[in-house]
Design a protein around this ligand. Sequence first.
Ligand SMILES: Cc1cc2nc3c(=O)[nH]c(=O)nc-3n(C[C@H](O)[C@H](O)[C@H](O)COP(=O)(O)OP(=O)(O)OC[C@H]3O[C@@H](n4cnc5c(N)ncnc54)[C@H](O)[C@@H]3O)c2cc1C
Length: 482
Amino acid sequence: MTKHLLNPIRRFTAFTVLVLSLSLRTDEVYAADNNVADVLIVGAGLSGLSSAYYLKKLNKTAVILEMSPHIGGRIRTASYKDNAQAEVGLEEFWESNPVLQIMRELNIPLETSYTSFSSFYYQNTLYPFTHNNNSDFLKSVIDANEYQAYQKWDQQMVDLYKQLQIRPVAVNLMALKDISFADWIRQNSGLSTKTQEFVRIETEPEYATSWQKISALDGIAEWHFFSGAGQSPYHVVGGNQYAAQKIAKFIGTDNIRLNQLVTHIKSTNTGVEVTATDSGTFKQQVYRAKYVISTIPLFRLDDIQFSPPLSSDRKEAIQTQSGGSYFTAHVLVDSKARHFWMHKNESILPILTDGPLGVIYEGKAKPGKDALLNLLISGTYADRFNSRSNGLEDDQKTLLEAFDKQWPGFSMSVKQMTFYRYHPRAIASWPVGRSRFDSLSDSLRVPQGRVYFAGDFTEDTHSNGASQSAIRVAKDLGLLLK
Ligand SMILES: Cc1cc2nc3c(=O)[nH]c(=O)nc-3n(C[C@H](O)[C@H](O)[C@H](O)COP(=O)(O)OP(=O)(O)OC[C@H]3O[C@@H](n4cnc5c(N)ncnc54)[C@H](O)[C@@H]3O)c2cc1C
């Protein structure tokens, strides 16, 4: 029926219905129980929780939609018998991570007991970190001439990192995205082979891939955690999951909706409409707000239908990004095995093994009870363990053999191993030819209409990126929502 055929009463009715539906919509946006927020946040990982924290401090309301039955994302802490605990995901927070400020504000207890450099194995020799600082440790590894060259190179790295903070990044510096970190160091650093290997072994577990696969530009950014005295890594007393729970409590647990798999994000001139499916009931629910922040790893954006669709530069930036791999193994061992990692009555963990065992961290266990080791395995070994090409028994055999090669007889003390797999892209990384500092990456950090993008994948390889992106979006939205 065409419009002009409507009689006056029907025309009135049609108009009234339109007005009613408009006003209902307006009410729905800000009043109905599932539509109460200024901002919807997709994902309850560190980035989503931090974004909600900052928004709450700005007196803005935020509701988080999380697809899993738990908060924390890649922050998880596993508990074992006798209250032993180890991190499944994120192990430690660098000193410069803004989330430490949130933790201090919430009285979350933190501890730090070592510096940025760790004990390591190189060509079957152990270099134990029993020193008071990074430079004393390094002087025990390399000779005086090598150390002098190292100091000169490290100062150059400090200067380059400072220049990297100036935007836009200078053309000559940006050119370093086209050479691998490995080749650049080999060709330009003036470091001895042994010192180069030291740099590789200390940094590769951070970006969780080979230093051949990241650009020199990103390598400069990674190195700044180690430069000079190096940054201290912090642990949450009671486990990282405890920290996530404390932040969630501050936000208000009612504002976090679990089991909500977000499938559609529609952005209009006036607001956003986010559709989620409850993973228990498979019921769809529509949430509305003024803005939405997506904090999920960027490669997962493919799971969401965007209207309007994601811009082409954003899609290209995501498609040409790469990732570092992680695999975690928790190893419960007899308490008598502790001597394997003690040196002059002091623990020399963490140890970088440069092999299948990855980084060996010490989990929390009571004295006299079984000890718990946490293997953070990265790169090609993680790819292999994650691929499931071998059975669990084979993975276990590989790890036990590696333990015995390193610490003869150690496998006799192992009581249990528990494995945690990750998506092949456990953390963000950028291949040679791309960098987190190029203009394509800039497109990840600008909003698309009312949709904002946060999460570590928008910024860098660590949880620092998750935290910094939360500050970015909360600041932008805080201004808009004034
Ligand atoms: C094994 C491992 C060790 C690490 N160690 C360190 C370390 O020592 N130091 C460090 O700084 N960093 C470390 N990292 C990196 C760090 O864990 C991450 O940078 C950080 O936790 C990322 O937080 P995020 O909030 O950006 O993402 P996530 O933690 O991945 O959070 C995203 C959330 O979104 C949810 N989600 C995804 N899709 C949807 C959807 N469609 N709908 C609803 N919800 C969705 C996910 O379930 C998840 O909870 C490590 C990572 C791993 C895997």
